[in-house]
Design a binder for this molecule. Structure first.
Ligand code: GLA
Length: 410
């Protein structure tokens, strides 16, 4: 026998044992840290959270006036009425701690409570960002050893959403003796902030940002996560968006009302993709039941970007109350079909062309979970047009990097 093959066979039982060990370790962690229950009532994030976050467009250049202007635009553009609720401040708002250790905002945010009041007066909610580490990713003050105090400060300000970003807590994890102990520390850190939020009595969406480390989808929900990042950071390029989107295959079973896979914020409207590609990005995130967190400057949107972000029928796919994440149901090279079961029994369907030339793609009823003989109404969600009744399958020509998005109703 080939020596490499022999070595691989010898290694097999050890690999299996390790996998079993990891599964038991995960189960143990979940049992330990779920004992205090979820931080949230089941109403929080019953459908994927919708809103806006400052990082993708503004990064460090974010301040009180800009956040207020985004809140104004959320209302004037009709985005609030389309379902976007959360106005979220990402990293770089943090100042020093006062003599009692309470976190203060820096000079860019002179009065967080007043900002929250303003955002609330628009019928919107305010989100904030911190880290379980001593420092945030941008090097600002994190919440390490101040969890209760910080959660209470957020509650006093009127915060409704916390993005909790692992960052420098990775340095703390390096002190662990084993990978299992490091994982235990991370889970403990997220559970600590969950308990701190719970103690305040103020409902907050709790967003885990730890890039999918340690299979967070397996333990995040039991540790109070309403959403958890499944990947590293998105950026405003088609290739990155596509990689992240298709990496979501296999994660659907972990999502549901109150707890969602988060493939990161939207880049729609930031300028690095074509309108066609942004339509694919938005369609895909909706089919994945992903949080819809716009990351553009919503004061300055072209009509095409506005139309993408506010397409009610596409948003309804994301927000369907059944809370099923879509799955890949067919693939042939660069051509894929993804489908999502909706509460009314219909299917939302994406015909996805990842290739560089236009192509014909078919969705077969049997791949959607319907018998081939069933007659179903096909509606094009971007053209906003019924395409009539069809039996067995539906075929369309799909532009390169583009999608055709359908709702198929028997
Ligand atoms: C990390 C996160 C980003 C953003 C930045 C802020 O990279 O993944 O989403 O919050 O930190 O520093």
């Amino acid at each position: 026998m080939n020596p490499i093959r022999r070595a691989a066979l010898r290694a097999l039982p050890r690999v299996q044992l390790r996998a079993l060990g990891t599964a038991f370790a995960l189960l143990f962690l979940v049992l330990c840290f779920s004992s205090a229950g979820s931080a949230q009532s089941p109403q929080v994030a019953a459908t994927p959270p919708m809103g806006w976050l400052s990082w993708n467009h503004f990064a460090r250049k974010i301040d009180d006036a800009t956040v207020r202007a985004q809140a104004d635009a959320m209302v004037s553009t009709g985005m609030r009425d389309a379902g976007y609720v959360y106005i979220n401040i990402d990293d770089t708002w943090e100042g020093d701690r006062d003599a009692q250790g309470a976190i203060q905002s820096n000079s860019k945010f002179p009065d967080m409570k007043a900002l929250a009041d303003y955002v609330h007066s628009k019928g919107l909610k305010l989100g904030i960002y911190s880290s379980p580490g001593a420092k945030t990713c941008a090097g600002f003050e994190g919440s390490l050893n101040h969890e209760d105090q910080d959660a209470q400060t957020y509650a006093n300000w009127g915060i409704d959403y916390l993005k909790y970003d692992l960052c420098s807590f990775r340095d703390v994890m390096k002190t662990a003796a084993t990978p299992e102990a490091a994982q235990h520390m991370m889970v403990d850190a997220y559970a600590k902030m969950r308990d701190a939020i719970k103690k305040t009595g103020r409902p907050m969406v709790y967003s885990f940002c730890e890039y999918g480390d340690g299979a967070v989808w397996q333990w995040g929900p039991a540790v109070g996560a309403n959403l958890w990042r499944t990947t590293g950071d998105i950026n405003d390029h088609y290739a990155r968006m596509e990689t992240i989107g298709f990496e979501q295959a296999g994660l659907a079973k972990y999502a549901g009302p109150g707890h969602w896979n988060d493939p990161d914020m939207l880049e729609v409207g930031n300028g690095g993709m074509t309108t066609n590609e942004y339509r694919s990005h938005f369609s895909f995130w909706c089919l994945l039941a992903a949080p819809l967190i716009a990351g553009n400057d919503i004061r300055n949107m072209t009509p095409e970007i506005h139309e993408i972000l506010t397409n009610k029928e596409v948003i309804a796919v994301d927000q369907d109350p059944l809370g099923m994440e879509g799955r890949r149901v067919w693939k042939d090279g660069d051509l894929e079909v993804w489908a999502k079961q909706m509460k009314d029994g219909s299917r939302a369907v994406i015909l996805f062309n990842r290739g560089k030339a236009d192509a014909e793609i078919s969705a077969a009823w049997q791949d959607l979970g319907y018998p081939a003989h069933v007659s179903a109404n096909v509606r094009d969600l971007w053209a906003k047009k019924d395409l009539g009744k069809t039996t067995g399958k539906f075929t369309a020509n799909v532009a390169a990097h583009g999608v055709v998005m359908l709702r198929v109703t028997p």
